[in-house]
Design a binder for this molecule. Structure first.
Ligand SMILES: [Zn+2]
Length: 284
């Protein structure tokens, strides 16, 4: 009898322990999940549009501060990319507004997160003429790496984006004032490709101007001009450039980017590049 009772007690204790462990770990896992969970915008959702001056004939530039919210981006030397680039975006906006030649909108003016698609979708919905995404780089332990880079969309990614865009069945899609829904598939594909090619040329022109105007004023990476398959640059009808303002893992660069002087210099160079870009567009 005592043998059976012993087995029974051990069995009950084991079951209790197992249940406790299982329940306890589920509770713990739930807590962990709750901590890790972030609210992401639903795919395809329409982002809130920033306020912008009424269209009075002046071109519109949309400035996108990278990252935000739960996505801090790069970090180094006490700087966090999402905060630094928001600062740069705001200073550039103020500089452009003070000059008054162009209208300006920011994709985000606070610490909120936006999907890549939402960032360029904001520019498309506002009928922007130029899109500039601002970022800062990190090189991990390679703290000697420094310098700004200017990215445009790679040709490969560009054709792929054009194909995807023209394949979308949304009849309300407009491109350069043409309703794609009114066109047959072949015409629609040709229109998207033409638009994309022109957009690519203009993006490259803007990238060249940033490099030219920044010469001697900003520090560029030895390979300053790059192209990559960056999602945020995929609007087929808005010239788009992503500016990596520098490596915040480099002490001197982080110090310069964080300083008022460094930020002002960035804003002056970029505002001049933007102004010249639009002046040339009006000539052509
Ligand atoms: Zn970034």
């Amino acid at each position: 009898m005592s043998g059976r009772l012993h087995i029974f007690v051990v069995a009950v204790l084991s079951a209790t322990l197992a249940a406790f462990l299982a329940f306890g770990s589920i509770t713990w896992a739930n807590d962990r999940l709750r901590i890790a969970r972030v609210t992401l915008p639903a795919p395809g959702s329409v982002p809130a549009l920033p306020a912008v001056d009424a269209d009075d004939g002046r071109p519109l530039v949309v400035i996108d501060a990278g990252h935000g919210g739960h996505d801090p981006g790069a970090a180094g030397q006490g700087l966090v990319e999402k905060a630094l680039v928001l600062d740069l975006a705001r200073i550039l906006r103020d500089e452009l507004e003070a000059e008054g030649d162009v209208r300006v909108a920011l994709t985000r003016d606070d610490d909120s997160y936006l999907l890549h698609e939402e960032r360029f979708e904001i520019a498309r919905r506002l009928d922007a003429d130029l899109f500039l995404s601002i970022h800062a780089d990190s090189a991990g332990a390679a703290t000697e790496v420094a310098g700004a880079s200017i990215y445009t969309l790679s040709n490969e990614a560009s054709s792929e984006a054009a194909a995807r865009f023209s394949a979308r069945e949304n009849a309300s899609d407009r491109l350069d004032g043409v309703e794609l829904g009114d066109q047959n598939d072949t015409v629609s594909t040709i229109l998207v490709e033409l638009s994309q090619r022109r957009t690519q040329e203009r993006s490259a022109e803007f990238a060249r101007l940033i490099q030219r105007e920044g010469d001697g004023l900003l520090r560029f990476h030895p390979q300053a001009r790059r192209s990559a398959a960056l999602k945020v640059l995929r609007a087929p009808d808005i010239p788009s450039v992503l500016f990596e303002s520098g490596f915040i893992t480099n002490e001197a660069e982080a110090e310069r980017l964080a300083s008022q002087e460094g930020k002002r210099r960035f804003a002056e160079v970029m505002a001049r590049a933007i102004r010249i870009y639009f002046a040339r567009q009006q000539e052509s």
